[in-house]
Design a protein around this ligand. Structure first.
Ligand code: N01
Length: 542
């Protein structure tokens, strides 16, 4: 840092949903001097990168997968489909950035390559890929829960000579699959959204599946003008319901499976399957991801639906999932299982026929060789902790986050870290993240961070920092919630199980509404679990 290093009140890393809202709130509502940095060429975060064919919000979306705080914004944005496409979400975020004049305070195509806390100055200094540095009292990390691409390390994969794309880093130019033999590795949300679209164009698609997945029909459809008008008129109430009900304005059911006969239950599953979306999980009976017997019944119902759709019984057998439904991210598809009825799609079950190596023109499995021209890696992300570790800030005494998180992602409230004063995360490990609506979650977290920053400034303090005791209590709190469910029994990215060597730890808070109440309680209890440091005299340290 030199005399000329630009000084800010706050630096924000990332300009996806969370980072953009944080910039608006800190700059416009709190009148702080803020600068945001993003390695991408524009706003959008996840929605900037994930441009693969078929990319859509994998949750009940329009108009709820959006900012909620501004009635004007709700009134002026025209959502067109029930399951929003990537292009629409990105256009919305670009509109948001323009409307609130945010772009002028974001430096694009600039990666933050280093971030260090200066204990004497009580400030963060960052270095960037463009050779600049900047300093701020507060560092807000809005680096995305699903950002660091997971690339499988198969022998010879780098020698593959055809085109190769990761769904999470899709090029901006259109990829043409026409007349091409395409191999897709991975059948999570991204693969299941992309495969039907690729199959419409390609000469042949070979899907390499490691874990068979459940998927529910998205039943995407145009949003009617009446629906949109009603949502706009009721927005305040809807927003309040979203805050109270896990991020979505829908009531989850109170119906108990034991009060219904098997025939009644089956009829309800049929009805909810037809309705589409995640209703089968949240609207059937209480406790689908808690009660093993109920889960078995719902799982078997969905497997039955898959068998009805897929005509070839051998392919259907390979597609049968055997984990507890709902304990991996629930996938919503638009014709995924139907795709296996096409002549140009084949499925390789990697559990029975694992990949041995890549050649420049093919994938060799134990029992065969599959010639391909294009390889699509739909292999997911080093989720939640990965993007913070990628940033790897250095806190007190130069301790790096990689050192601190060597075998557990200790933090407080999914937002702060002991040893890293004045640093905040949006959607960090243990925050509700994808278990709540991400935009609303980002909005509420950023508002809470802004209040905490306001507290430090109003009281003329120098630094705020979580205590290690608060971290330990927090860890117990979120795990005690997860341990009451079936989630920990499944190998999923929620548990860090998709990344070889990653510590096994549940990465989310399952009760989003309770979590945001908790944030408020902590603030009202004088920021319980935090210590505040007075402003240091210049030059003192220790
Ligand atoms: O990634 P995933 P994704 N060899 O981790 C397989 C969100 N999302 O990009 O299950 C072979 O779910 C892996 O197999 P397994 C959403 O929250 C949001 O699809 O680990 N296969 C799995 O099949 C979602 O959950 C939207 O055994 C390998 C697949 O690759 C999250 O992003 C849209 C492998 C990865 O599935 C991630 O979804 C789309 C290997 N070495 C996605 N490594 C929105 O709405 C991994 N796999 C914003």
């Amino acid at each position: 840092m030199t005399e000329n290093t630009p000084q800010y009140d706050a630096i924000i890393v990332g300009s996806g949903f969370g980072g953009l809202y944080a910039l608006h709130h800190l700059r416009d509502k709190m009148q702080l001097n803020v600068r945001a940095f993003d390695g991408a060429g524009g706003v959008g975060g996840t929605w900037w990168y994930n441009r693969y064919p078929g990319a859509r919000v994998d949750a009940p979306s329009s108009p709820f997968y959006a900012y909620t705080f501004s009635q004007e914004l709700v009134d002026e944005w025209e959502w067109t489909e029930t399951q929003t496409s990537q292009a629409s979400v990105l256009a919305y975020l670009e509109h948001f950035a323009e409307r609130f004049d945010l772009n002028k305070d974001i430096q694009f195509e600039t990666w933050v390559t280093d971030a260090r806390y200066d204990e004497a100055a009580q400030r963060w200094t960052i270095e960037t890929s463009t050779g600049e540095s900047a300093s701020a009292q507060f560092l807000v990390c809005a680096v995305g829960a699903l950002f660091v691409a997971n690339r499988p390390e198969y022998p010879g994969i780098d020698d593959f000579a055809g085109e190769c794309y990761h769904t999470g880093r899709w090029p901006h130019e259109k990829v043409s699959f026409e007349g091409k033999r395409v191999g897709v590795i991975g059948t999570g949300s991204s693969g299941i959204q992309a495969i039907p679209e690729i199959a419409k164009e390609a000469e042949h698609v070979t899907v390499f599946q490691r874990t068979p997945q459940y998927s529910l029909p998205a039943r995407n459809r145009p949003l009617t003008e009446e629906e949109l008008t009603r949502y706009r008129e009721d927005w305040d109430d809807l927003r309040m319901s979203m805050c109270k009900r896990g991020g979505w304005p829908f009531k989850t059911t109170r119906r108990r499976a034991a009060d219904h006969t098997p025939e009644e239950r089956r009829a309800l599953y049929e009805q909810l399957w037809e309705k589409g979306g995640i209703h089968l999980i949240i609207d059937s009976f209480v406790g689908v991801v808690v009660d093993k017997d109920l889960n078995d019944e719902v799982s078997e119902f969905v497997r039955g639906k898959m068998r009805e759709i897929v005509r070839d019984p051998d392919t259907a057998d390979k597609l049968m999932p055997d984990y507890y439904i709902g304990t991996k991210r629930m996938i919503l598809d638009n014709g995924y299982f139907e795709t296996y009825n096409r002549d140009n799609v084949s499925l390789v079950d990697l559990r029975a026929d694992p990949i041995v190596e890549f050649t420049p023109t093919s994938v060799r499995t134990q029992h065969g060789e599959h010639a391909i021209d294009i390889l699509v890696l739909a292999t997911g992300f080093d989720a939640v902790s990965g993007s913070m570790l990628n940033l790897n800030p250095k806190g007190r005494a130069g301790l790096s986050l990689k050192q601190k998180w060597d075998n557990r992602f200790d933090n407080y409230l999914g937002s702060t870290i002991a040893g890293f004063p004045n640093l905040f995360m949006i959607h960090g490990p243990g925050a509700p993240g994808v278990f709540f609506t991400m935009p609303l979650g980002g909005e509420r977290t950023a508002a809470w961070i802004a209040d905490c920053i306001g507290h430090v400034r109003d009281k003329a303090l120098g630094a705020v920092e979580a205590t290690e005791e608060a971290e330990a209590d927090w860890d117990r709190e979120i795990n005690s919630i997860a341990d009451r469910t079936l989630y920990p029994e499944t190998n999923s990215w929620y548990m860090g199980a998709n990344i070889p060597g990653k510590p096994r730890q549940f990465l989310g808070h399952l009760r989003g509404s309770q979590y945001f109440d908790r944030l408020i309680e902590v603030a009202e209890a004088d920021y319980e679990g935090f210590v505040f440091e007075p402003i240091r005299e210049e030059g003192t340290s220790g």
